[in-house]
Design a protein around this ligand. Structure first.
Ligand code: ZN
Length: 92
């Protein structure tokens, strides 16, 4: 992909940054750090084509429960039905 130097959303300037990304597949999640072009104005993140492809592969692996390239880092939770604020609901 040709590197963009302006944000496609707002036209702001982009800076190369390491950002944290959360990927979800089924009920599973992976967090990772990745290089992205980040808009200084609106915060839009742009990833290179091969990175986007990797994201898709990771989501698919999570969905299919193929964990060979992942390691456990903490645990993820959702809220249970006893949480007193009814405005907060479990994700699954
Ligand atoms: Zn922008």
């Amino acid at each position: 992909m040709t590197p963009l130097n302006k944000c496609p959303v707002c036209g702001g300037d982009l800076s190369k940054k390491n950002v944290e990304k959360l990927l979800r597949g089924g009920a599973n999640t992976v967090t990772l750090k990745v290089e992205a072009e980040v808009c200084n104005h609106c915060g839009e993140r742009l990833y290179s084509e091969d990175v986007v492809k990797s994201f898709e592969e990771i989501r698919l692996k999570l969905k299919k429960q193929e964990f060979e390239h992942f390691r456990v880092l903490g645990k993820s939770f959702t809220i249970n039905e006893e949480w007193p604020n009814r405005g907060i609901q479990p994700t699954a």
